[in-house]
Design a protein around this ligand. Structure first.
Ligand code: NAD
Ligand code: GLY
Length: 367
């Protein structure tokens, strides 16, 4: 789909053959009708959002969509990771059926990663697949979850365990929406920004270190660069391995430990980005024990995560509990946990690790 966004905005392409699309990045995009000019014609749209985001942006999006769609409906989900479940997903289907939505109805995910993941899964399943657009309003969603087509809900026994690969038609990253984010959510988003450095681009990690205060303070130019570069890296990885046959797993750096923290404490206790930040520190320690990086790198990396405002010590769940929780990870094979570790600064691989080494890391990093 060609980009119709204003010239001062940027577009990062995600190249997936007939499923290719653009990630539009700029200020003020959400409320502009021309942002959506490339979408296919349809009689109706459904904006899926939550109460928090609806009060800030639903009316502006609705007005922008009105010239293009005959009817624009809105459904509000309860806010929070604890609601990323079957019951909440079902309320999207209730709205779609209740409004008589058809196969051409376009779903708009307006919100953070929770709304985005659930809307994507609903779009993948309703009538076996309807078009959808991601309008991410958190930093985390703009740099990661809205891009690449992973959609899911949680299960009490495991994070993001039920879902589908399903690509959006377009991603609209309106940088202005980041102004209303609580500071804790900014830090959570920075975890996923920082992630791209050690796994793929050390020059970007250097840039993040030099600009971390500007990022924490939400300086627009710094945020614009961080969102664009993160999306470029993610687009390059997903373009090579859409369904995570191999390479894409590197995007889960820190997530094996992080998902264990999230599900072990109960969803919503720690933010996803907080768990990933701390999980990356643990994964860096494991990488050191496996010979991929040295102590100086781990120290430097830990300091950066801390400067972003993220926790660097994990909760004391007990090593056995961590190991049990990590065996439910999607990367596990025949009960063997596979970790994303750094084989050197700027390059990651997925591999198993001896339980003994993992226990050493947990003893060093928790409590
Ligand atoms: P979130 O969706 O819970 O949003 C965080 C909070 O910010 C919520 O309370 C939300 O209502 C609020 N909010 C959103 N936009 C706002 C704004 N502009 N102003 C004020 N408040 C706003 O959390 P998140 O960090 O965006 O996403 C985390 C989720 O994303 C997790 O479920 C995680 O599993 C998922 N995720 C998915 C992928 C993927 O590839 N699909 C990648 C990373 C994370
Ligand atoms: N956030 C990990 C991925 O998209 O693969």
């Amino acid at each position: 789909m060609p980009s119709h966004v204003p010239s001062e905005a940027q577009c990062v392409r995600i190249a997936l053959g007939e499923r290719s699309y653009g990630i539009d990045i700029g200020a003020g995009l959400l409320a502009r009708a021309d942002t959506y000019a490339g979408l296919p014609p349809s009689a109706s749209a459904l904006i899926v959002t939550n109460a928090t985001v609806a009060s800030l942006y639903a009316q502006a999006l609705r007005s922008a969509l009105a010239p293009r769609f005959g009817q624009v409906h809105v459904v509000e989900l309860p806010d929070g990771e604890a609601h990323k479940d079957w019951a909440t997903l079902n309320t999207i289907f209730d709205a779609l059926l209740g409004h008589g939505c058809d196969r051409k109805t376009v779903l708009f995910a307006l919100g953070g990663g929770v709304v985005g993941d659930m809307t994507g899964f609903a779009a993948a399943s309703y009538m076996r697949g309807v078009p959808f657009v991601q309008v991410p309003t958190t930093l985390l969603a703009q740099v990661d979850s809205s891009v690449g087509g992973k959609t899911a809900i949680n299960h009490p026994l495991g994070k993001n365990m039920i879902g589908a690969f399903y690509q959006p038609l377009q991603v609209v990253c309106d940088l202005d929406t980041l102004r209303t984010l609580p500071q804790r959510e900014v830090a959570a988003g920075l975890a996923e920004v920082i992630k791209y450095g050690p796994i793929a681009d050390m020059a970007f990690l250097d840039w993040i270190e030099a600009n971390i205060d500007a990022l924490v303070a939400r300086e627009p130019a710094a945020l614009a660069h961080a969102v664009r570069r993160s999306c470029e890296i993610k687009a390059a990885v997903v373009g090579q391995d859409e369904r995570e046959a191999g390479l894409r797993a590197i995007l889960n750096f820190g997530h094996t430990f992080g998902h264990a923290i999230e599900s072990g404490l109960g969803y919503g206790e720690w933010l996803h980005g907080e768990a990933v930040g701390c999980g990356m520190v643990m994964a860096a320690h494991l990488s050191q024990r496996l010979g991929g990086v040295d102590e100086a790198f781990v120290g430097r990396f830990t300091a950066l995560v801390e400067r972003a405002g993220l926790p660097v010590r994990g909760p004391q769940l007990g090593a056995d509990r961590y190991l049990d929780l990590m065996r439910v990870d999607k990367k596990a094979e025949a009960g063997e946990i596979r970790f994303v570790v750094l084989e050197r600064p700027g390059a990651a691989v997925t591999r198993p690790a001896p339980d003994g080494l993992v226990r050493e890391v947990l003893a060093q990093c928790c409590g």
